[in-house]
Design a protein around this ligand. Structure first.
Ligand code: SF4
Length: 352
């Protein structure tokens, strides 16, 4: 897969675009001014592999909290600002590694210029986020309007913002053109990719709950990434933000864009399965969740496809009637009872 060639920007230590690995980010769901809760959530995100975290900055207290939050976490912190340019300036003053604004709701040009000047002085990038839902009234989707028309409006808006930033000699830009409608997002990013070489933050905004949102995001981001579009991503789920990170990596691992953690192959089971496979697979999934090393593990329900898939994996478990066979690098290691299956399998995982 050939990724789109883009400029490279840097948020804290994280490189975005220009050949850097597609990064996975999330957003805290705590009140940013509640420093303790926000830091705790960022730490769980870090442990899950989050590479940049965004915090909502709706007021002065939240902007000032960035300073203390930054001292206690390792990953770069982006400040998400709407409407009030002064909050962007304050967040930059307090050490934000990146700012996300929609210039359309900041107001007068001079206010956006002040943000540009402050970001330039602090050497931090700005994400210009154009959301389908936050286009100005005249540009908002009208009933019955198709996704391509909305996508074109988003691109026109984003291109005008980019020109404004460039006119003010600011080029450390990341762009996002998100819509809750997957096709609109795909079309907007695809059209914008022809217009510029700035890196893209991709996502399907307000995608939905853990189940529905995961599917929407996987389809939308999968199509974009498979066309080489996307430099950093966020999966927006109405769920624990750690789920956003897991899904983000699953999408990237599926497309072989990142190698991280366990790729768990599990058969869906059928009438041939001789063990209760779901609890076995779920328990293994739970126990391998923290593993960072790229490993392919297979948990299969019977001897039809079991040995074949299990042999393909770094480590495999092919179940029979009340028992299982552990495979390593394609060779049978040993037979284990159903009761001991998970523990014995995990012993071998740990050795890897
Ligand atoms: Fe059925 Fe066996 Fe295939 Fe699983 S591996 S779906 S149990 S045939």
């Amino acid at each position: 897969m050939k990724m789109r060639e883009t400029r490279q920007i840097k948020a804290g230590k994280l490189l975005i675009g220009g050949g850097a690995p597609v990064s996975v980010q999330s957003m805290t769901k705590t009140d940013t001014s509640d420093i303790q809760s926000t830091v705790a959530q960022i730490k769980t995100l870090e442990a899950a592999g989050c590479e940049l975290v965004r915090c909502a900055v709706p007021d002065e207290k939240a902007a000032k909290a960035i300073k203390e939050i930054k001292k206690r976490v390792r990953i770069p912190v982006a400040a998400d600002i709407h409407f009030n340019y002064k909050l962007a300036l304050l967040a930059i003053d307090n050490g934000a590694d990146k700012i996300r604004i929609n210039p359309g709701n900041i107001g007068d040009d001079w206010k956006v210029k002040e943000i540009i000047a402050a970001a330039k002085a602090a050497c931090i990038p700005v994400r210009i986020g154009v959301n389908a839902g936050s286009l100005e009234k005249y540009a908002l989707k009208k009933r019955g309007e198709n996704s391509l028309v909305v996508a074109r409006k988003m691109v026109k808006k984003a291109a005008s913002f980019v020109r404004f930033f460039e006119k003010n000699r600011f080029y450390d830009i990341v762009l996002s053109l998100k819509a809750s409608d997957t096709l609109t997002s795909i079309q907007a990013y695809t059209l914008m990719a022809k217009e510029c070489t700035y890196p893209f933050h991709i996502g399907i905004t307000e995608a939905g709950t853990a189940a529905g949102g995961t599917i929407k995001s996987a389809v939308g981001l999968g199509i974009l990434l498979n066309s080489g579009i996307g430099d950093t991503l966020r999966v927006s789920l109405a769920s624990d933000p750690v789920d956003e990170i897991r899904v983000g990596y699953e999408i990237l691992k599926t497309l072989k864009l990142r190698k991280k953690g366990v790729d768990l192959v599990v058969c869906p089971t059928c009438g041939r399965c001789g063990v209760k496979l779901f609890p076995v697979a779920e328990e293994i999934e739970r126990r391998v969740a923290d593993i960072k090393k790229p490993l392919k593990l297979a948990v299969m329900g019977c001897v039809v496809n079991g040995p074949g898939e299990a042999a393909e994996a770094d480590l495999g478990l092919a179940c029979g009637q009340g028992s299982g066979i552990i495979f390593k690098d394609g060779k049978v290691l040993r037979k284990v009872s159903e009761k001991m299956m998970v523990d014995e399998f995990m012993k071998e995982v740990k050795k890897l």
